[in-house]
Design a protein around this ligand. Sequence first.
Ligand SMILES: [Zn+2]
Ligand SMILES: [Zn+2]
Length: 455
Amino acid sequence: MQKPQSIQLHGQLTSADMRQTRPIPVQMPEGVTQVHFRFRYSPKFAPNQRLAHQISLMIFDTEGPRFEISRPDDQGIWIHEAEASPGGMAGPIQPGTWQLFILVHRLLSDEPVRYELDITLSFDPIERQPRSWQPGLVASRGPGWYRGDLHAHSIHSDGSLDVPELVNFWREQGVDFMTLSDHNTLSGVAQVRSLSDDDLLTLGGIELSTYWGHAVAVGVRRWFDWRKLDGSQLTMPELAQQVIDAGCLFTIAHPMDPGDPMCCGCRWEYDDMMPGNALAVEVWNGLWSARNQEALSWFYRWLNQGHRLTAVSGTDLHTLPKSIRRAAVNVVYAQELSEPAIVDALKAGRSYISSGPELILTAHTSAGEAAMIGDTLPPGEITLRTTWRGSDDGDSLRLVLDGKVYREQFVAGSGEMSWTLAPGSAKWFVVELRNPSNDLLAVTNPIFVATAGSL
Ligand SMILES: [Zn+2]
Ligand SMILES: [Zn+2]
């Protein structure tokens, strides 16, 4: 039996490598059955800095991605034909040139950071059979409102829950669908799809966590390569188009999060995509906050500029939350409970965001043409009607026309309200429910009004 072989590589990174991707070719010999990678760097912190350096490693075989090491540690990771540690894709170890990429997300000092890469190649036969995950089946429930989440992480990137734990959390919440969207890896997606059943649809997603912004793609079947996003070889609108052409929902995630140095890459900084061809924007990430209010304001501004995109929420769970009372789910009117139908409905704007209350908005013209959220009505006099349920004393309902509060009224429990708008009053409108502290409880996507001659 052939003895294991080891490869040791090391080098230095400096602040000049920040937001750079450093390639390292590695020759994979014939006959390897298992590879162990251990990637470490030191120091972890810059002098007098509270924030740690943030450096990850991507591993590519001769055909595509095999691993994203988001959190390098002393144990390292392994890949073989039948299995891989979380974050990795199992499969044959092809001989040839593999490419490793060091991704320098944050490096906060001029003092060099030394990295070490230990690679151990084994030639022992693998006895286990590759695991294959069969997609879980969901019985059709027909057209209706379905509640669920579009953004969460597991141990396949930087989350602490394994995939079944994350799915079970959402089962306990009683939602209709949930999404796994790990950073830059699809390694948990087959497993999450296998856990769908009649009570819970499990969607496959990925969070493209780039140096200048994060985007969540929902409905993914393949990996998307963002490493050439330096402005010359690939632009973010081009990458977004690849995601959209693959049938996925492309969502700008938490656009107003703090960026450098607190969270390198977390703020949306693509000036050529504000919002460009994005299909959705996450206006409610995690718990309701001032930065979410800022994202909602941007959404309204983009609508006023004539963009059409859907406001969505994502819990961005990384661990079991103490409470999700101030988090929200998407309530989607879909033709059925299936991944394509949920994605299609979100693309069409047929959803509202809610931390609990039900909030329905419809409208019709004086000629009797009816619309629900996501639809466009012809110009003219419009009557809109909203119904709500599950609000508390002191909550208020706002009608927002073209981004401005047009009417605000205290509400409690459940009810309905109608307004008639004169022709030309608005190009779009939504309703919001807010609590006495002005925190958002729910917001609909818009109904649009065509301008004369544009229909
Ligand atoms: Zn993110
Ligand atoms: Zn995330």
